[in-house]
Design a binder for this molecule. Sequence first.
Ligand code: FES
Length: 159
Amino acid sequence: MSRHAAHLTIGQVAERSGVATSALRYYEERGLITSERTAGNQRRYAQAMLRRVAFIRSAQRVGLGLEEIEEALSTLPSDRAPNKADWARLSRSWRPRIDAQIERLERLRDKLDGCIGCGCLSLRTCALNNPDDEAAPRGPGAVYLEPAAHEGATGRRRR
Ligand code: FES
């Protein structure tokens, strides 16, 4: 039996995970998943890679960037296959992020009635178009920019 017989081709991983082969190649380029190569230079993935792919997809749905996912995956043990507790530990750290997303959506939902009634769809003030304008109380414009030399110490523009 070949050394790679128990391993999956990229097509099999794509079929079983629902992730396109192009995305799998990209994950591999980024070092998120690994494969071995056959004598004919074809990729072969260990079964355990399916769980890593599932983790990556779930993490992306939660809003994690690939750097964050990479960092999370790097905390998995390298001397053994990750177990259920390892995966649970990783996904537990998503909770605050999910809670924040829920809170943001609830705020948006609560403002929705007023917005629909208003109908202005202002890019600056509409809760639908600009739901998290946390800088709004500080006034209009780019309030986070450093004050330029011709501006006062408060960062307010002179008119
Ligand atoms: S539509 Fe007017 S504030 Fe959103």
